[in-house]
Design a protein around this ligand. Structure first.
Ligand code: URP
Ligand code: ZN
Ligand code: ZN
Length: 445
């Protein structure tokens, strides 16, 4: 995936679009950005605003979450619908729209998320595709929560989604093995964070990744695997598949954090599924980012306050799983790109260009060209910033990245030509964000 380069230029905006890019352009209002970088707005394709989990709800709603996103240079998010019982895709979409529409300050879309591939879901595939909901989210885990699809259903869905231009995205862990290991750990009395780690070992991800990739190849269908946590999984893909139809996503928590955190008093604050891993897993993920096998870094933003995490009563089975991240995606992936020896261009590909291409948003999003949406980030690469929950805008009281030093700072974010964040000031009106009708997935990607 290419099509991105860096050069000196002026950018002229007209209404919601980029009018032209060139030298010595002039306009009614001019903003100097000399010495700064301007790049397309970041696209976080994996957020969970107001997600109910383990008796609590993730602490960012569509307003606080998208405001924080804007402060972090994110101009588009893709969140998830939910399914009740055997219902089709429309009711879940309508419920989420009621929450998102009056609140989002940036543009948004949804992955239609299901735990059951029912007849009603099948009947709605065409509707979803016609209405720009061109990705579905499924799980090979969370069996007890009733979200896990068996292999037969996964294969069937892969076969039936492709003709509709719908990309299947999957949380790939082996749910059966995990439930068995959880029982064993609980029997031994290991209900602390060590039990969480031991009951979800790397092979439960690697196995599920390999299985669903095999199913996708057999169905001749593309697949997108969310939140890859193990370098071993990325390496497996490298060896086994040449096809460009397997898309992988990882998240900052798997690149920057490791399971030594679980031994600390607040180790449960870092609980997620899949869990953060031993440090040794990071090299394979970083290699995957460099060699192009991992195309996307997204956040899986699913924050819980310390009070919500503390409801766990020393039993990982009660934990609301997930970490905050939408606002720290750009600071970590661009602002610490040198840690991975990635160029700034490579970093922007991973968090803007590639997600736009894979999820049917390109070229309106994910590039700066005449005629495309004026979603811009003005970034000052010369300034250092220390990340802290105190100064971040997410609705959080701790950050997994507290004290991390990042290079560069977002000075301004525009969304369709409107300045929504300017030097620390959030200006966007609730509900100004637009539901995006995404293109059908095309297999040439
Ligand atoms: O722990 C996580 N990742 N929470 C959010 C839900 C999911 O599985 O993505
Ligand atoms: Zn997941
Ligand atoms: Zn998630």
């Amino acid at each position: 995936m290419d099509g991105f380069s860096r050069y000196f230029a002026d950018i002229a905006l007209e209404g919601e679009k980029i009018a032209s890019i060139g030298n010595n352009l002039s306009g009614r209002k001019e903003i100097s950005a000399s010495g700064k970088w301007i790049f397309p707005g970041v696209i976080d394709v994996h957020t969970h605003f107001s997600l109910p989990f383990a008796g609590v709800v993730s602490s960012d709603d569509f307003l606080s979450g998208t405001r924080a996103a804007a402060a972090g240079g994110v101009t588009t998010i893709i969140d998830f619908t939910s399914q009740v019982g055997d219902e089709g895709l429309r009711p879940g979409f309508e419920r989420r729209m009621k929450m998102a529409e009056p609140n989002c300050v940036i543009d948004y879309s949804f992955h239609a998320c299901i735990g059951r591939f029912s007849q009603a879901v099948e009947n709605d595939l065409q509707w979803a595709s016609d209405n720009g909901l061109t990705s579905l989210k499924i799980f090979s885990a969370y069996k007890k929560a009733g979200l896990m699809l068996d292999d037969g259903k996964i294969y069937d869905l892969l076969c039936k989604s492709k003709p509709n231009g719908i990309l299947i995205t999957i949380h790939a862990e082996n749910g059966d093995v995990i439930e068995n290991l959880i029982e064993k750990e609980v029997f031994k009395g290991n209900t602390g964070m060590i039990g969480h780690s031991i009951s979800r070992p790397p092979f439960t991800e690697v196995e599920a990744v390999s299985r669903v990739c095999r199913l996708a190849c057999s169905a001749n269908s593309p697949i997108y695997i969310v939140h890859l946590s193990c370098g071993e999984s990325a390496k497996f893909i490298e060896k086994s598949f040449e096809s460009g139809r397997i898309f992988l996503e990882t998240c900052p928590q798997y690149l920057f954090l490791d399971d030594s955190l679980f031994g600390k008093g607040n180790g449960h604050f870092f609980a997620s599924c899949p869990p953060i891993r031993q440090k040794s897993q990071q090299a394979g993920l970083i290699e995957g980012l460099k060699n192009g096998r991992i195309q996307v870094v997204a956040t899986d933003h699913c924050p819980f306050t310390s009070q919500a995490k503390n409801t766990w009563r020393n039993d990982f089975r009660n934990l609301p799983m997930g970490l905050p991240g939408v606002e720290t995606l750009l600071p970590l992936i661009l602002g610490k790109s040198s840690v991975f020896q990635l160029s700034p261009n490579d970093a922007i590909k991973l968090i803007s260009v590639n997600p736009a291409k894979i999820f049917g948003l390109y070229p309106d999003k994910g590039t700066l060209q005449p005629g495309t949406d004026a979603d811009l980030v003005v970034y000052n690469p010369a300034v250092k910033k220390i990340l802290s929950a105190k100064t971040l805008n997410m609705n959080i009281d701790y950050s997994p990245y507290e004290g991390f030093e990042t290079q560069g700072v977002v000075e301004m974010t525009t969304s369709r030509g409107e300045i929504i964040f300017n030097n620390g000031e959030l200006r966007a009106k609730p509900g100004r964000g637009k539901l995006l009708k995404r293109r059908k997935f095309e297999c040439s990607q």
